[in-house]
Design a protein. Structure first.
Length: 477
């Protein structure tokens, strides 16, 4: 009997010992669990903001006070549970829809919750307060202006520039947004000879050109694309035309523009056909003027299509019209010094006076340098038949310095053949010949003889001109 009992007890002895050890262990674990001490532990976590769109809908901007962005609290619980926790096991939420506005401060309740073992933990002061600063909200759109940095390659200039997209929305505190005067995006065009494109971060600038801090601002764009066209350039002079006539006795001495030349830009095939920028004559009117004057002119309206100024500030130029009063000088020239052009063979010229007075207007300093021999008057008789004529003399003068009065000469073209026949008495004057203009009728013999003695042939006129030229050469020496 006893042997059977012992046999039964010792059967599967290993398993029975293992079960015994396990039972003891479990008992000890349960006993220790019931006897775990309670401990406190401090945690600090960041506050999570919810429903902040409620603030924006009220047209307000909020900021969390620096010392209120985090919350510190104490957790009470069993040691083994508390020691197993970390900050990520808790959440502190500030619901902006529960904002309480006061005269001194604005408060939002903060709810702290445990994400694990919440039923076994006690959080001290579970509800805290978040202090916020409220300001007026401002939202404004700005056009992004492209800006070029550096200079293109020699012979090239900056053409059109575009920004894509070209509008930036900025929202934030009114006191900050209101400081923004311009938004610019800069692209570097140094030594470029072809069109370029680049991604650029827009910069907010105040009225002084200083960058505005974007920390408290919200932008709808972070990066934009700036495209810059590179075109040819060329420097050309400005030519000034004018209309009208100054007051009698006055003359336009000079016209000029300041600056005298400008640099234009555009496609090379267009620039190659442009040699100057011309201000039309209808723009400047000198009618009746008797003194110098200035007039501002905008060049943009006189630029060909597809061409613009390299520097827009050069568009306004100052046109100067120099008007001065002219002096009058009368030069007496012997008729023998008058050259004759295109006189037909077999004809000669008789002048009705010994001398001719020539009026010349100009500046005193120019008139002082002018001599009688320098006038070199010429009479063009091309197409004229025999008979009495009155015609204007042509002078070899610089039209930019001198103005010649209405200087005319009276003369008679005589056929040598008819003159010879008249001298022999073989032929009477034709019935229809004009004898009413005979200046010698009733003239005293001496005067008539003197007049005939001074009649010049074509050869005499040519000889007189050559003699005058030789005299002038001697005077110049």
């Amino acid at each position: 009997m006893l042997r059977n009992v012992v046999k039964t007890l010792t059967r599967n002895l290993g398993l029975k010992l293992l079960a015994f050890v396990f039972a003891v262990t479990m008992w000890m674990a349960v006993a220790n669990l019931d006897e775990q001490p309670t401990i406190n532990r401090r945690f600090t976590i960041a506050i999570t903001i919810e429903n902040e769109e409620v603030i924006e809908a009220a047209n307000k901007y909020y900021e969390i006070e620096p010392d209120s962005a985090n919350v510190t609290f104490t957790v009470l619980g069993k040691r083994n549970i508390v020691n197993d926790l970390s900050s990520s096991d808790f959440k502190a939420v500030a619901d902006m829809s529960k904002l309480i506005q006061g005269e001194q401060e604005n408060i939002v309740p903060v709810e702290i919750t445990a994400l694990r073992h919440s039923s076994q933990l006690t959080i001290s002061k579970r509800t805290r307060q978040l202090k916020v600063i409220l300001e007026d909200l401002m939202r404004q759109a700005f056009v992004i202006l492209p800006v070029a940095q550096g200079e293109p390659a020699e012979g090239y200039a900056l053409g059109s520039m575009v920004v894509e997209p070209n509008r930036l929305w900025v929202s934030g505190p009114k006191e900050v947004v209101s400081q923004i005067d311009a938004v610019k995006a800069a692209i570097d065009v140094s030594n470029m000879s072809t069109d370029i494109s680049d991604s650029v971060i827009p910069v907010l600038l105040d009225k002084e050109g200083e960058a505005v801090d974007k920390t408290r601002l919200t932008l709808n764009l972070d990066i934009v694309t700036v495209k810059a066209g590179i075109v040819s350039q060329k420097t050309v002079p400005i030519k000034v035309n004018y209309s009208g006539k100054p007051e009698e006795g006055f003359e336009v001495i000079q016209t000029s523009a300041e600056p005298a030349e400008v640099t234009i830009k555009g496609k090379s095939d267009i620039l190659n056909s442009i040699s100057s920028i011309v201000i039309p004559e209808e723009v400047i009117n000198v009618e009746g003027a008797n003194e110098k004057f200035e007039q501002r002119v905008d060049l943009n309206q006189y630029l060909p299509s597809g061409v613009s100024l390299n520097k827009s500030e050069e568009a306004a130029v100052t046109v100067k019209i120099d008007i001065e009063q002219l002096e009058r000088r009368v030069f007496t020239v012997p008729v023998r010094n008058i050259g004759v052009d295109d006189l037909r063979e077999g004809y000669r010229i008789d002048y009705n006076e010994r001398n001719v007075d020539i009026e010349v207007y100009g500046l005193a300093e120019d008139l002082d340098r002018l001599t009688v021999n320098a006038l070199r008057p010429v009479l063009d008789v091309s197409g004229l038949a025999a008979g009495r004529h009155v015609k204007k003399l042509q002078l070899a003068l610089d039209n930019s310095k001198y103005v010649v009065g209405e200087t005319v000469v009276s003369f008679t073209i005589i056929s040598e053949e008819n003159n010879n026949e008249n001298n022999t008495g073989d032929q009477q004057p034709a019935p229809d010949e004009d004898t009413s203009a005979d200046d010698n009728t009733g003239t005293e013999p001496d005067e008539e003889q003197g007049n005939h003695g001074n009649q010049d042939t074509v050869a005499d006129a040519r000889e007189g001109q050559d003699t005058a030229a030789e005299q002038e050469d001697l005077e110049d020496e």
